[in-house]
Design a binder for this molecule. Structure first.
Ligand SMILES: Cc1cc2nc3c(=O)[nH]c(=O)nc-3n(C[C@H](O)[C@H](O)[C@H](O)COP(=O)(O)O)c2cc1C
Length: 367
C-alpha cells in the first residue's frame, strides 16, 4: 500500500528506515516471526523484524535469505543480548516442583540442567556480514555492535524500559530507541536487571514522552499498541513510530501454533502477568495453570535462561497435547484488540488507516 510522501503519518523514522509507515512489527522469538510474516510487513510498507534468539546461525541465515527472496525492502534482525545470569533458585528444588506438572503428562522426573552454549557471537557476525539494514537489540548493551553496524550502513535500534537506559543506549551508539512500556508482551528489556522480583514497570503512556524529552534520536513506542488509535497516540506522545508485537501473533503468516492462537483470541486485558517463572527473566505472559501455580507456590526460579531449559519438557508435552495450561504464552495487555486473524498486510493497512481516521476525527473535533 503506497501513500503519498506527505502522509500525515510520515515521520523522520520513515526516512531513516526507508519505510512508508512508522510501523514496526516486533521481533518475537519462539518461531513466531517467520520470514513470510517479516516480508509481508515490509511489502505492506512497515518494517518487519526477524527474531535472532533461540535460532541457530544457520537457520537465521536461511531466514534472512528467505526474506530477501520475498522482498527487496528494508527489514531487521533482533538479538536478545542478556548473557546467562547467576543466582536464582536451586535446580533440585525447582525440578521437584516442576514434577507436579510432569506427572500430568506422564513425564519422568526432571534432572540436572545446563545452560546451552550460546552462538550469539556467530549469529551477530553473520548478520553484520549480510548487512541486514536494521540491527535491533534488546536486554543489553549494544556498545560493541554499534560501530561495526554503522560501518556497514546499518541502523541500530535498542529497546529500553527507563529513561536512564535510553540515555545510556544512545551514548552507546543506538540510532533509534524503542521505549518498551509495562503493557508490552514478552520479556522486559530492562538492563541491567536487578534482583527484585519486579523490574521497573513504567507504562507506555508515561514512558514514551519522558524518553522523547531525554534523547535526541527517534523514539518508537512499544507496549499495548494494537490498532490505529495506538499508533496515532504514540505520535502524539512525541514518538516517531510504534512497534507492535502481540497483534501480529494472529497474522496468518505468523508461526504461532493453534493452541496459542485460540487462547489469544479469547483473552482479555486482565489476563496477563509479569513473571520470572517461565524463563528466569521477567516476561509478560498469559496466565495459565503453570504461571498461576508457580507464582502461588513455586520456589525461586532458576536464573535466565536456565528456568526455561528446566521446564522445557513440560512445555513440549503441553504443546503436543494441545493443552494451553503449561506453555509459555507471552502476550501484551492490548488483548481485546487482538481478535481477528488476518494477513500481515491487512493488519498494517488496518493500523495505518485507523490512525489516519483517528487523526481526522481529532482534527474535525477541533473545528
Ligand atoms: C511472543 C513475544 C515474543 C517476543 N520476543 C521478543 C524478542 O525476541 N526480541 C525482542 O526484542 N522483543 C521481543 N518481544 C517484545 C516486543 O519487542 C515488544 O516490546 C512487545 O511485543 C510490544 O508489546 P505488545 O506485544 O503489546 O505489542 C516479544 C513479545 C512477544 C509478545
Amino acid at each position: 500500500m503506497d501513500r503519498p510522501m506527505g502522509s500525515a503519518l510520515r515521520t523522520p523514522l520513515c526516512e531513516l528506515l526507508g519505510v512508508s509507515f512508522p510501523l514496526i512489527q516486533a521481533p518475537m522469538a519462539g518461531g513466531w516471526t517467520t520470514p513470510e510474516l517479516v516480508a509481508a510487513v515490509c511489502e505492506a510498507g512497515g518494517l518487519g523484524i526477524l527474531a535472532g534468539a533461540r535460532v541457530s546461525p544457520e537457520r537465521l541465515a536461511e531466514d534472512i535469505r528467505e526474506v530477501r527472496t520475498r522482498t527487496d525492502r528494508p527489514f531487521g534482525v533482533n538479538f536478545l543480548l542478556a548473557p546467562p545470569e547467576a543466582g536464582g533458585g536451586e535446580v533440585a528444588t525447582v525440578q521437584r516442583f516442576l514434577d507436579r506438572f510432569r506427572e500430568r503428562f506422564d513425564l519422568p522426573p526432571g534432572g540436572d540442567v545446563a545452560t546451552p552454549d550460546s552462538r550469539l557471537g556467530e549469529s551477530i557476525g553473520m548478520v553484520l556480514e549480510e548487512r541486514v539494514p536494521v540491527l535491533s537489540t534488546a536486554m543489553g548493551d549494544a556498545a560493541g555492535l554499534a560501530g561495526p553496524a554503522h560501518e556497514r550502513g546499518m541502523v541500530v535500534m535498542s529497546m529500553v524500559t527507563t529513561v536512564e537506559e535510553a540515555v545510556l543506549a544512545v551514548e552507546r551508539g543506538a540510532d533509534v530507541i524503542v521505549a518498551q512500556g509495562a503493557d508490552a508482551g514478552g520479556h522486559r528489556s530492562t538492563s541491567p536487571l536487578g534482583t527484585e522480583e519486579e523490574p521497573p514497570l513504567v507504562g507506555t503512556m508515561a514512558l514514551v514522552p519522558q524518553v522523547v524529552d531525554a534523547v535526541e534520536v527517534p523514539v518508537v513506542a512499544a507496549g499495548g499498541i494494537a490498532d490505529g488509535r495506538g499508533l496515532l497516540a504514540s505520535l502524539a506522545l512525541g514518538a516517531a513510530g510504534a512497534q507492535v508485537g502481540t497483534r501480529f501473533l494472529l497474522a496468518r503468516e505468523s508461526g504461532a501454533h493453534a493452541t496459542y492462537r485460540r487462547r489469544l483470541r479469547a483473552a482479555v486485558e486482565t489476563e496477563t502477568v509479569v513473571t520470572r517463572a517461565l524463563t528466569g527473566r521477567p516476561a509478560r505472559a498469559l496466565r495459565n495453570r503453570f504461571v498461576e501455580e508457580y507464582r502461588k507456590e513455586g520456589p525461586t526460579p532458576l536464573p535466565w535462561p536456565l528456568q526455561s531449559v528446566a521446564a522445557g519438557d513440560v512445555y513440549t508435552a503441553s504443546l503436543a497435547a494441545d493443552e494451553e495450561g503449561y506453555l509459555p504464552l507471552l502476550a501484551g495487555q492490548g488483548l481485546r484488540m487482538v481478535r481477528e486473524e488476518a494477513g500481515a498486510a491487512e493488519i498494517v493497512e488496518e493500523i495505518v488507516a485507523g490512525a489516519e481516521a483517528a487523526l481526522q476525527r481529532l482534527a474535525g473535533a477541533g473545528t
